[in-house]
Structures are given as C-alpha cells and as structure tokens.
Design a protein around this ligand. Structure first.
Ligand SMILES: C[S@@+](CC[C@H](N)C(=O)[O-])C[C@H]1O[C@@H](n2cnc3c(N)ncnc32)[C@H](O)[C@@H]1O
Length: 397
C-alpha cells in the first residue's frame, strides 16, 4: 500500500489548531438559518487512486496549507474555529458548521447565510496550483469523480445571498461547473422538502468500498433539551491562555448530552472537538476510527430551533444500527419534527433493515418514506412528526 502523504504543514505535530481570538469574540443574536448546505466532492474514488510520483503519493488535499483553506472559506463567508486531525482526516470546526478533508475528498457543511457554491471556482484552481490535480475540462467545466450537493428547504430563504435564494439558482450554478449533473426534489412541499444534486460519471468505475452519509435533521426542539445549548458567557471571556470558554463549554456539553458515547463499542481512538456559541448554539466534530466522523450542530433559539446530526460511520463496525443511532440522537433533542436521509452504497441488512422498515417510533408518526435507486447508491428519506399523544404525554423517546 502507498505510504500516506506527508503531514500537513499548518498544524502542530498533534494535528490540532484553535483560533482563540475568534473563539472568544463570536456572537450572534439575530434569527439564524440552521439548515445547512452540504457539498461533498470526491476528486478520486479512494486515497490509493491519487496520482503518485515514483509510486508514492506526494501531495493530497490534506497537504493544502491552512491559509489556503482559510482564503477559500472566506469566499463561503465562514471562519475556522479549530481543527482536529487523525492520520486520515482533518476535521475543521467552522463559525458556520464543518469541513472534513480527506486525502481524496472533502465534505463542506455550512449553515447561516454562507455562500458555499462560491468556493467552487477557487477550489478547482487551488487543487490545480497546489496539487497539480487538473479536473478542468474546458473554460468552466470540471469533472471530478463524484459530487453531491444537498440541502433542506431554508427557513429564511430571503435572507440568503442570491445564488442560494432558490434551488434553481443553485442548480444552474452547479451545471456551469459539472457535467452529467442531475437533481431531485424529495418529500412534501411544506417548507421542509429536501433537495439533492449529484453527478454521474458512468464511464468511471463505481466506488468499491463502504460509503454512506446518514443525516438526521430536526426542528422544533424541546425547550428543555434546547437549554443545554444556551450559555450566559459574554464575548471576550477567556478561561486561560491555552483554552477558551467556547471550546471548554462545548466539550462539557458534548459529554453532558452523551454525544461522547454514541459508539460505545469503539475501542479505537476517538477525537472530539466542540464549541458552545454565545449566547447560544453548538457545534461539534468527532473523528472515530481514524477515518470516519460524526458532526452535530444546534440552533436552539425557540422560534427557529434546529439541529442536525451527520455521520459516515459504518454502524456494523460498532455493533450498532442506524435505528439505534437515530433513537440515541432523538433523545438528545426531542424534536417535534425530524427527517432522516441515508445515502449509501451497500445494502447491508443488519444495520439498515430496521430503518427501512420503520413505520412508527415512540410518540412520532411517519409522514413520508421515499426510497430512490441512484444506481450505485440508494437513498432513503423519512419524515416524522410528533403525535398529539406524544406531545401531551411526553411519550417521545
Ligand atoms: C452553531 S451554529 C449551528 C448551525 C447548524 N447548522 C445547526 O444545525 O443548527 C448556529 C447557532 O449558533 C449561534 N451562533 C452564535 N454565534 C454565532 C456565529 N458567530 N456564527 C454562527 N452561529 C452563531 C446561532 O445563533 C445558532 O443558534
């Protein structure tokens, strides 16, 4: 097997980075758009297919220096709060959600009024100049191995920049960059519908290894649960020169709500990074088994409360199932409504069957179950809401 690429230059030897100055001064009290834009780009099908020099991988996405990521994220309108790194993955905690960088692919998840798609042009130029990876096939079009872009309907679409104000604008923009792109509109058109754009390069080999994205998007969180994500910390407060209260409180919240223990079977190293915003809000990234992540973001404000959970962990490796993960996460937020989206390329019975069969869940009733065959992938979309009985008698799990 090819040796891993050299360590990234911008982090200390333990692969961490924290921007304390930014962390202590973040504040936001305005209506906030929790639902995220999720962009996943695979440049190559796997780490081993990255171009080599004398049989060795010399550079990968993880060799791109910090300041280049930071400039790229300026185009998206978000900042890097901190970074945790394993041998396979760099997990960036952002002022608006997260960025996960593998050697061959990246996942950018941003909320608020970020302008995710505005980084595309610069991203492809960056990987050409830094890594000599050239996916540009004519003046504008690019053809990486695979692209997914998805999001739920926004709560405040009019607050978005023009490009993100409606789905058609986004698709038009994506079509300028990618060939073979196509789109889906999934779920009831009731301001919670979910959109997906993806590319299909059928002439390229399918990805052989396990790949899955499991998301839980929750709204109308229980006020009692939301209170875990509200802090009285004032901007500018620092607990000591090596830490800031945002990260400190974030990590205690992570433990308090049991998020540190989601995969108790994990015998390998787990790396957590978490941040509690002022006056409220929470984000965390966890790297598990070196090459997988789970990430949680919370907007607890009563009138637009929202939280999201996302993971690419293979549940089988931890002797668990998607249904068990769903139940554990729902307990942390007790939302009145939630949607589940699973996109995976393995139809493994043990970890997925309960989810595919799911018709009811304590105190919740199913609104929609939609299954799509996406060729090498399958997509499951579920939508649930609390029952009257569930609400009155607090029957939810
Ligand atoms: C932590 S982020 C998470 C958003 C996310 N996508 C979600 O799932 O809700 C948003 C929450 O943090 C709060 N917040 C406080 N300061 C913020 C800042 N500077 N940038 C973004 N969010 C901030 C927002 O008001 C909101 O409650």
């Amino acid at each position: 097997m090819a040796p891993p690429p050299p360590p990234i230059e911008y982090v200390p030897s333990d692969g961490t980075f924290i921007d304390h100055e930014l962390s202590v001064n973040l504040d936001s009290t305005e209506a906030f758009e929790g639902p995220e834009k999720l962009l996943e780009i695979w440049f190559y099908p796997s780490q081993s297919q990255i171009p080599k020099n004398n049989g060795e991988i010399v550079k990968s996405l993880r060799s791109i220096p910090f300041d280049q990521w930071s400039k790229l994220l300026d185009l998206v309108n978000c900042k890097i709060l901190s970074i945790t790194s394993s041998d396979k993955l760099n997990a960036f905690l952002l002022s608006e959600s997260s960025l996960f960088v593998y050697d061959h692919k990246l996942i950018l998840k941003t909320c608020g009024t970020t302008t995710t798609l505005y980084c595309l042009n610069a991203l492809f130029k960056l990987i050409k100049s830094e890594l000599n990876w050239d996916f540009i096939i004519d003046e504008f079009k690019t053809q990486p191995y695979k692209v997914f872009y998805s999001r739920r309907a926004f709560m405040f679409p009019f607050k978005q920049q023009l490009i993100h104000q409606n789905w058609n604008n986004e698709v038009e923009y994506l079509d300028q960059f990618f060939i073979n792109g196509y789109q889906y509109l999934i779920g009831r058109i009731n301001n919670s519908q979910w959109h997906l754009y993806l590319t299909n390069n059928s002439d390229i080999q399918p990805n052989e290894s396990f790949d899955s994205t499991f998301e839980i998007l929750m709204t109308e969180l229980s006020p009692a649960k939301s209170s875990n994500f509200i802090t009285s910390r004032k901007p500018g407060f620092e607990i000591d020169e090596n830490d800031d209260l945002g990260h400190f409180l974030g990590k205690s919240t992570l433990s308090n709500i049991g998020l540190n223990n989601l995969f108790p079977e994990s015998s390998t190293k787990v790396l957590h990074d978490a941040f509690q915003f002022t006056p409220c809000g929470y984000s965390s990234n966890t790297i598990i088994n070196q090459d997988s992540y789970y990430t949680v973001h919370v907007t607890p404000e009563k009138d637009w409360s929202y939280s999201s959970f996302e993971t690419n962990v293979n549940p089988i490796l931890f002797n668990t199932s998607y249904l068990k993960i769903l139940q554990d996460v729902l307990k942390m937020f007790k939302p009145n409504k939630f949607q589940v989206i699973l996109i995976n390329n393995e139809h493994d019975d043990y970890s997925t069957i309960d989810l595919f069969k799911l018709n009811e869940l304590n105190g919740y009733k199913k609104l929609d179950k939609i299954i799509y065959d996406l060729g090498n992938y399958q997509l499951l979309y579920l939508s649930f809401e609390i029952t009257e009985d569930g609400l009155i008698n607090d029957l939810t799990i």
